[in-house]
Design a binder for this molecule. Structure first.
Ligand code: FES
Length: 115
């Protein structure tokens, strides 16, 4: 059984292979949303982009991005600087061990913008 480690929450859960990352996070009480997004999200339809997470470790153990997720990524600035590791939790299947950062901060200008 794959293990999901939520870094900020210091929580580890075991899930069945192929489990949906959003569903497992919410079931475990891990907050994926901030502010009004807690209510005003698309509830897993892959259209709002508010369930973004950063896969810190184990990206190879997640399902590939589908068309819906790639389209969402193409129209959002929230992925800037994290294009390789950012995923929509609702569109991600867990196939092996992963480490996840929930509610990652925006990085609109890159890490070195102010330095
Ligand atoms: S919950 Fe809206 S994109 Fe995932």
């Amino acid at each position: 059984m794959p293990t999901i480690k939520f870094i900020s929450e210091k929580k580890e859960i075991q899930v069945p292979e192929g489990a949906n990352l959003r569903a497992e996070a919410l079931r475990a009480g891990v907050p994926l949303y901030q502010g009004p997004d807690r209510i005003l999200n698309c509830h897993g339809m892959g259209s709002c982009g508010t369930c973004r997470v950063n896969i810190v470790k184990g990206m190879e153990n997640t399902s590939p991005r589908g068309l819906k997720e790639r389209l969402r990524m193409a129209i959002s600035m929230a992925y800037v600087g994290n294009e390789q590791t950012m995923r929509l939790a609702c569109q991600t299947r867990v196939l092996g061990d992963v480490e996840v950062q929930t509610r990652p901060p925006l990085n609109l200008f890159g890490e070195n913008f102010f330095s």
